[in-house]
Ligand binder design. Structure first.
Ligand code: IPE
Ligand code: IPE
Ligand code: MG
Length: 239
């Protein structure tokens, strides 16, 4: 690119609903856990694509509050994979200047997963490249409820007047405090729903849904999402 005016319109923050691991496994006649494993490979691919395109924030829906309702077998496999992934990928995160964050009811996670997260977040704290946010045991309604409860407590303690509760103040009490709102939301596997993901934060995000299953999501799918995004006219209600 010769000058900034020619630069394509790249989202600063991409949020992803990584869906379709189970369908991928079914399609290939392998256990669901294998689909999740393959999905883990896609995470690495998408991190590299974001770095390549200068995206600053990537928020990945890895495990929802509602996903606790899946079979013990599947939940255990997912938690094991999380710990394995974090430790295996740490050297690469350091090498690639990736900083890891996590949002969600993290205290619900097994102790070893909490430890691994704390450890990797601490070690990558000084990295200044791509910010990767894992949404784990995450539910948007739960997040907003917790923020409302914290604000109510402040009011009861006499630290806050109800009239001083603004959208900005509420934002600052969410897990995502200090992070920019997503510009682009991608959902794989074709489902046209949000599934309790970042309800507050995606108020003005552009939405791109692809039929591609998450384990198959590749460079061409990523480019298609960026092309789609670049053609959008974001009006924020104005004319
Ligand atoms: C998404 O894949 C990963 C998680 C929810 C952990 P799914 O496991 O939901 O895959 P499908 O929707 O059954 O295909
Ligand atoms: C959303 O996918 C959660 C994650 C991708 C982690 P689900 O597969 O759990 O959502 P539903 O059941 O299709 O709404
Ligand atoms: Mg699913």
């Amino acid at each position: 690119m010769d000058n900034m005016a020619d630069a394509p319109n790249i989202p600063e923050h991409i949020a992803v609903i990584m869906d379709g691991n189970g369908r991928w496994a079914q399609k290939h006649g392998v256990p669901r856990a294998k689909g999740h494993e393959q999905g883990g490979q896609t995470v690495q691919r998408v991190i590299d694509l974001c770095r390549e395109h200068g995206v600053k924030w990537l928020t990945l829906y890895a495990f929802s509050t509602e996903n606790w309702g899946r079979s013990k077998l599947e939940v255990t496999a997912l938690m094991r994979m999380l710990v394995k992934y974090l430790y295996e990928r740490l050297p690469e995160m350091m090498e690639k200047n990736v900083r890891l964050h996590a949002i969600g009811e993290l205290y619900m996670l097994p102790k070893n997963a909490q430890e691994a997260l704390r450890d990797v977040m601490e070690k990558t704290r000084g990295n200044t490249g791509l910010n990767t946010v894992l949404a784990l045991s995450y539910g948007s309604r739960q997040e907003i409820t917790a923020a409302a409860r914290a604000l109510a407590q402040d009011v009861r303690d006499g630290k806050l007047e109800p009239a001083d509760i603004t959208p900005e103040l509420l934002s600052s009490r969410l897990y995502t405090a200090g992070m920019p709102d997503p510009d682009l939301l991608i959902r794989t596997s074709g489902e046209m729903r949000i599934s309790n993901y970042l309800l507050w934060q995606i108020s003005y995000s552009e939405i791109h849904v692809t039929d591609t299953l998450w384990p198959d999501f590749d460079r061409a799918d990523f480019d298609a999402a960026l092309t789609d995004y670049a053609a959008r006219n974001r009006r924020y209600g104005k004319r």
